[in-house]
Design a protein around this ligand. Structure first.
Ligand SMILES: [Zn+2]
Length: 325
């Protein structure tokens, strides 16, 4: 009976050992590369966004660079909507990193020579024209005075909810459409989760933390600056389109529903917040699906002016103070 060749076996064991060591070495190298820390965005970076490119809030969406729904839904399947309206914190992920938040204190504004309005009335209801953005942000203490269901779990400020329901019903009836609410009211903590997820996603794509933060702010509103947090904004989209693409994107612009909204949204008190030709002014990507409630009369006036809400207020010399201060 021939002896087993021990020597080759021994050599194989040595070779295997070397291979294992090499793999470990490679893993250590890769981990150390990816673990490299970029500097946190300096506090000043928010200032620069605030004053220049960042005016209003937003959320959802995908620019051509962002292939998945920015409404932040990386975990959602195409059969479920990217987001549910909720004030509960159960669906928000605790931010793991740090972002430069808006100040915890209310904003202040120089009112010299201006027409001054209160952001909130005595019942805590926000003024329908309050232009929430990096100048007129809200704090964590803000609560929508009265939320009302639009459909399913989606809620809005009661003043917007009624007209919103009528608008959706009208589109469905006239166009036999599967248009639906995709995002309405968001709590502060929900917006925080949204924003942080977008930042994390960009970092995972290779952005530095600073670039991830700055880019995220053009797609997702910095917490405290989203119209959704006021309960006055809605994202509407087609189920069929969302199922096809798994995201909200500019293809909505080519739908008959978008055409309808362009013609009729104002009749229900809604205006388009982030138009294609105002990207430079808003600092937010084009969002044909995002509508802000301002009331019917205001919607007509602002739409006819061809201006953004914030620009229109500036033309009128109107500024807002926070609870009378
Ligand atoms: Zn939106």
């Amino acid at each position: 009976m021939p002896k087993h060749a021990r020597k080759p076996n021994y050599r194989n064991i040595v070779l295997a050992g070397v291979a294992v060591l090499l793999v470990i070495l490679i893993i250590v190298l890769v981990v150390s590369m990816f673990g490299k820390k970029e500097p946190e965005p300096a506090a000043g970076s928010l200032e620069s966004i605030s004053s220049s490119s960042y005016e209003s809030s937003e959320d959802v969406a995908s620019s051509s660079e962002e292939s998945s729904s920015a409404e932040e839904s990386s975990s959602s399947s195409s059969s479920s909507k990217p987001e549910r309206s909720s004030s509960s914190s159960s669906e928000t992920t605790t931010p793991t990193g740090k972002y430069v938040a808006m100040p915890e204190t209310p904003y202040s504004y120089d009112t010299t020579g201006k027409t001054v309005r209160n952001a909130f009335d005595e019942n805590g209801e926000v003024d329908l024209l309050f232009p929430i953005n990096s100048t007129y942000y809200i704090t964590r203490n803000f609560k929508v005075a009265k939320l009302e269901t639009v459909e399913g779990d989606y809620k809005m400020d009661y003043r917007a909810a009624e007209h919103c329901k009528e608008m959706l019903a009208a589109i469905r009836k006239e166009l036999n459409s599967d248009i639906s609410a995709f995002s309405t009211y968001r709590s502060y903590s929900y917006q925080e989760g949204n924003f942080q997820r977008k930042v994390n996603k960009l970092i995972s794509k290779g952005y530095s933390k600073t670039d991830a933060y700055n880019t995220a702010a053009t797609i997702v509103a910095i917490p405290g600056t989203s119209e959704h947090q006021l309960g006055l904004a809605i994202d509407v989209y087609l189920w069929s389109l969302y199922k096809r693409d798994g995201e909200l994107n500019e293809s909505f612009e080519g739908t008959k529903e978008y055409k309808w909204l362009q013609e009729h949204a104002w009749e229900y008190g809604f205006i388009l917040s982030y138009p294609k030709d105002k990207i430079k002014d808003t600092g937010i990507i084009y969002e044909p699906w995002h509508y802000r409630y301002v009331g019917i009369e205001n919607a007509k006036t602002i739409r006819d002016s061809g201006k953004l809400l914030s620009q229109w207020l500036e033309d009128q010399n109107i500024v807002y103070v926070y609870n009378g201060k």
